[in-house]
Design a protein around this ligand. Sequence first.
Ligand code: 6GU
Length: 236
Amino acid sequence: MLIDILTLFPDMFTGFLAGSLLGAARQRGLVDVRLFDIRDFAEGPHRQVDDRPFGGGPGMLLMPGPIVSCLEHVQAQASPPGSVILLTPGGRRLDQEGVENLAARERLLLVCGRYEGFDARVSQAVGAEEVSIGDYVLSGGEVAAMVVVDAVARLIPGVLGDEESARHDSFSGPGRLVEGPQYTRPRDFRGLHVPEVLLSGDHRRIEAWRQEQALAATRRRSAATPTPGAARRSQP
Ligand code: 6GU
């Protein structure tokens, strides 16, 4: 899989890309990540990339020109054309199903926003999808892009050492349940004991117990998680 990242702050990605799982996957040729600096496509002596919003209002917007020029340059670097994903808090909220959908693509172009966001014509001009990683505001799309790359990369065949482990992840199996509690040594930690069933060696009982725990953990989580903003009915 090829992932191109368009950003005003490429340096933010260096430690992340060298990191263990992703670094190894890149070395083994399973995923290629390339960085492009949007400012390289800005014009004028000041290489301006942002400007004040028409109609007034606070902050600055990313101008469409540099981003679209950068996208056209990057698309021409490889084939097939990649899916353009704009990272913005107003985008479609990412979940594991969305990650699986992205992981099935051959090529992704992730565009990181900064300031108050993108000029709306970027999306229109290039036919982009807009993605958010949750209902809160980050100072830029870079951290969100790292979240997307991390979550997508671990679904690429061969990236995880053990292919089974992704299938057992929270949100992955039938019903998309979260995982129940897990335990390792010691059996007794400050008087807290590992549940007896896990020491029984009875794999059917263990599997049934884990399923029950996953259901209970999923219900507890639903009860503790408020309905996301967009679905809320109350008026402002
Ligand atoms: Cl993708 N970008 C920014 N700036 N804030 C966010 C986000 C993205 N997702 C959630 N909050």
